[in-house]
Structure formats: structure tokens, C-alpha cells
Design a protein around this ligand. Structure first.
Ligand SMILES: Nc1ncnc2c1ncn2[C@@H]1O[C@H](COP(=O)(O)OP(=O)(O)O)[C@@H](O)[C@H]1O
Ligand SMILES: [Mg+2]
Length: 257
């Protein structure tokens, strides 16, 4: 069977080549499917989530996400959650994952999952890119916004459109598991129900994460990572990153003292 190279030149391929992975991954797309995939190709657009210029460490976590989302057939439905404290680096990790593996997917979309409203609105905003003749979103008309989001869901559900990645960021709606909080919503009822597609969630809510394959993001455990972060940030304005520094370094206090 002839294969289209999918992972060529990616960190993933390097990991496989280096023997880091000894698992069976789908490493290509049969040529006969390639045309189908072309039909659903949406150019990668990193607007909506900013890639940090400094990104250090997290290779183990990156590998774990790759293992959870890319092992076996990529077109099977996979849901993976990244769980951890605010500021620990969840959003940045998944943004880096999306960027590194962008050629693996036909489409990658970033959805703010903070509330049900933001989820639906963000999904609706994708419509103009994938639904023919979709009208521009008018946020003052909730019913129309909902219809647009529904149209995007239908597009995601098409059987041949099976190689997309959706990132649902900040699903902290019931952090602590209290369903009575005003921002609570049931994520399950919103996620596309197709038997295909990959979904990557970030959340502070452990109980939500445990409903899926998940990884818990902790402070840097390796001194090399903490050193690299300090080195990368030295001399720069660290104002916006103070919380993150506190978190990432809390696992390494012993050697800093
Ligand atoms: N591995 C990393 N290397 C360097 N900076 C990072 C790393 N992870 C996160 N940051 C920075 O730390 C801050 C908080 O990260 P973020 O991903 O927003 O945390 P969370 O989503 O868990 O609240 C951001 O400014 C981000 O750019
Ligand atoms: Mg975040």
C-alpha cells in the first residue's frame, strides 16, 4: 500500500526514529483516502491562541498526549484532557502540541470552553471557513449563532471528515465538581458525537479530566527544565509570567534553596 507521508519531519517522527516510541502508530494515509481528506482541509490558523516564544521542557507530557491521540488509527474518536492548576502551562502545552502536529490533522480548531456560550460562539465562528454560504456570525442573535454551530457540528460529523482536532480550552465550569456553579454545563452534550475526530481538553477540574484519558500537568520535576526556563526568561520582562514561574518552580525549590 502506498502511503502519503504524514509525520515526515515532525518531532513525532523524530521520537519514533529515536526509539522513544515502540508503539504502533498510523504513519500515513492510504492514497485513495488522500483526496477525501483534501476536501476537508482547512488551513491551520493559530489566531485565538498565542504560542509562547519561550517554551521549555514538557517533552514527556508532549509524548503522552501524542500517545493518547495518535496511537492506533488517528481517525478513531479520541478524547484527551490535560488537567492542572491555573497558570501551570496547560493551554501553552496544547497550543504547542497543535503547532507541532499541525500537518497530522486536516483541521485544527481552538474553542474557549469557559462557558456553554463561549463554546457555542467559538464553534459558530468556524462556520464561514467550512460551511458553504454561511452568513457572518451575528452575536446579537443567539438562535442564529446556535444554528451556525450546529452546521459546524454536522460538518465535523461527516464520515469522511475524520482527521480533525478540536481543542477545548479552559473547561473549568465545575472546578471542584460543584454542578450548581453558574458556569456549569455538560461538556458531553456539546462535543461532536461522531465516532471519529480528536478532542483535546484543558481543565482545572480533576473530576472532568478523569472522564477521559488524561494527564495531570505538574510543576517541572526536572532541574534541567527549571534551569532552562530561568535562563530563557532572564533579562526579559517577567511580569506576566510570575504566577507561572511560581508554579513551575515549586517542584524544584529544594535545589534552588
Ligand atoms: N513550558 C513552558 N515554557 C515557557 N513558558 C511557559 C510554559 N508553559 C507555560 N508557559 C507560560 O506560562 C504562562 C501560563 O501558562 P498557561 O498555558 O496559560 O497556563 P494554564 O493554561 O495552565 O493556566 C503563560 O505565559 C505561558 O506562556
Ligand atoms: Mg489556560
Amino acid at each position: 500500500m502506498s502511503l502519503e507521508p504524514v509525520f515526515k519531519g515532525t518531532i513525532f517522527q523524530q521520537l519514533v526514529a529515536s526509539g522513544t516510541f515502540s508503539l504502533t502508530f498510523e504513519t500515513g494515509v492510504p492514497r485513495r483516502y488522500a483526496k477525501n481528506l483534501e476536501t476537508y482541509k482547512v488551513d491551520y490558523d493559530s489566531r485565538g491562541h498565542s504560542l509562547s516564544r519561550i517554551f521549555v521542557g514538557r517533552e514527556e507530557e508532549m509524548k503522552r498526549i501524542a500517545m493518547l491521540l495518535l496511537q492506533g488509527s488517528i481517525s478513531d474518536r479520541k478524547v484527551c484532557a490535560v488537567h492542572g492548576l491555573g497558570g501551570i502551562g496547560k493551554s501553552q502545552l496544547v497550543a504547542q502540541f497543535a503547532h507541532r502536529f499541525r500537518s497530522t490533522y486536516t483541521a485544527i480548531f481552538w474553542i474557549d470552553g469557559a462557558t456553554k456560550d463561549s463554546y457555542v460562539r467559538n464553534l459558530a465562528k468556524i462556520a464561514y471557513r467550512v460551511v458553504p454560504d454561511a452568513p457572518p456570525i451575528d452575536e446579537t442573535q443567539p438562535q442564529k449563532v446556535f444554528q451556525l454551530s450546529d452546521a459546524v457540528n454536522s460538518w465535523l460529523t461527516k464520515p469522511a471528515n475524520n482527521r480533525w482536532l478540536i481543542i477545548v480550552d479552559n473547561v473549568d465550569r465545575d472546578s471542584g465538581g460543584y454542578q450548581s456553579t453558574s458556569s456549569y454545563y455538560s461538556l458531553d452534550t456539546l462535543l461532536p458525537g461522531a465516532p471519529h475526530g480528536s478532542i483535546l481538553i484543558t481543565t482545572r477540574d480533576a473530576s472532568l479530566a478523569k472522564q477521559f484519558d488524561y494527564l495531570e500537568l505538574r510543576a517541572f520535576q526536572r532541574n534541567e527544565d527549571a534551569t532552562a526556563l530561568l535562563a530563557a526568561m532572564s533579562g526579559r520582562d517577567q511580569g506576566g509570567n510570575t504566577a507561572m514561574l511560581n508554579h513551575v518552580l515549586s517542584g524544584t525549590k529544594s535545589w534552588l534553596c
